[in-house]
Design a protein around this ligand. Structure first.
Ligand SMILES: Cc1ncc(COP(=O)(O)O)c(C=O)c1O
Length: 343
């Protein structure tokens, strides 16, 4: 079977998470997120974000977290702005639109949104004949593997506050972003600069699960009802709680992200050593080398990965993703193959 660099959810969960699930399996707990493990995870998140007033809700997946959050904060005629590469715009089968809200998209080269990207959506000449832009969706790391700097997030956050926009960060790979060499933020900065965000578990060592953190008090009320109505409030919330309880203990989630990033950096260095450029510079666990189509075909004989974009008639950008579970030996084997193919 081909080794997969296609995504960061090809394995189950980190053994510590599996053990925590097994160890607590027969302990009776309250349902719907009222269990001791979810409470403990919430306490840890409050400590990590240095804010006792945040609300934490655990959901099963990223699309679910995105749609419940956005549907809960927007009025029926309000819209959200995302980058064209943003997951809600390009990869969720219209999940947000299906809740009744338009997703407006700005083209950006690096997957990040800046105030100037959002501004054009605010000056709608036709007033109440069009949707009103009310939320800004960003992801960190982005779908292109890039990471927001504190200066960039601060600028966007201030712009949102001045313009009465809700800033929502999709953190499916927040652990990878916060452990990237170029990162200059902590979880507390993310909480201070956004209204709502989530800490991804699915791609960071959990079997599944995302921890939604609602910072803005105005958005906290009744969120339980939104979760429940959209089928996102799970009776066995304990299964999510114990996973985050485990991942957040002893820095595990961040240690796993460091590994994922380091494996990707090793691959990047190998491509650079052979003279290949990147579509986008990334120091997280998604990399986008630009390769000759013939080499791509040869690598595809042994490896699964995505052909991301056509660059010219002879070359395409591919996407390779590493994860908390990627063995260093698999990366070294890939590099050996690459070096054999490119003399
Ligand atoms: C940035 C981002 N957000 C959200 C999601 C959606 O997650 P799910 O597939 O769990 O719905 C993904 C999945 O790849 C993602 O990369």
């Amino acid at each position: 079977m081909k080794y997969s660099f296609a995504n960061d959810y090809a394995e189950g969960c980190h053994p510590s998470v599996l053990k925590a699930l097994a160890d607590t399996n027969m302990v009776q707990q309250a349902g719907y997120g009222d269990d001791a493990y979810s409470r403990s995870a919430e306490t840890m998140i409050r400590r990590l974000v240095a804010n006792d007033a945040v609300n934490v809700h655990l959901a099963t997946g990223g699309t679910q977290a995105n749609l419940v959050v956005l549907a809960s904060v927007l009025k029926p005629f309000e819209s959200v702005v995302a980058a064209t590469t943003g997951h809600i715009f390009s990869n969720e089968a219209g999940a947000i639109e299906a809740t009744g809200h338009k997703v407006e998209a700005a083209h950006t080269t690096d997957g990040k949104l800046r105030p100037d990207d959002v501004k054009p959506f605010l000056n709608k000449a036709r007033g109440h004949h069009t949707v009103r832009t009310r939320a800004v969706y960003i992801s960190n790391s982005t779908e292109l593997g890039t990471v927001y700097t504190k200066q960039e997030l601060t600028a966007l956050s201030e712009f949102c506050r001045v313009n009465d926009l809700i800033l929502f960060m999709d953190g499916a790979r927040l652990a990878m972003a916060l452990t990237a060499p170029s990162n200059d933020m902590a979880l507390a900065d993310i909480a201070a600069l956004t209204d709502v965000f989530y800490i991804g578990g699915t791609k960071c060592g959990a079997l599944l699960g995302e921890a939604i953190v609602i910072v803005n008090p105005a958005l906290q009320k009744d969120f339980h009802y939104h979760l429940k109505q959209r089928g996102a409030l799970t009776a066995k919330g304990r299964t999510l709680g114990i996973q985050f309880d485990c991942l957040l203990s002893n820095n595990l989630i961040f240690d796993l992200a460091v590994h994922a990033n380091r494996m990707a950096a090793k691959l990047s260095a190998a491509f650079a050593a052979k003279g290949f450029s990147m579509l986008m510079e990334s120091d997280t666990n998604q990399i986008f080398p630009v390769l000759p189509n013939e080499l791509i075909r040869q690598l595809q004989a042994d490896y699964a990965f995505l052909v991301w974009d056509i660059v010219d008639t002879d070359r395409s950008a591919v996407r390779l993703i590493t994860s908390w579970a990627t063995p260093e030996a698999a990366v070294e084997e890939f590099i050996k193959n690459l070096n054999n193919l490119v003399l």
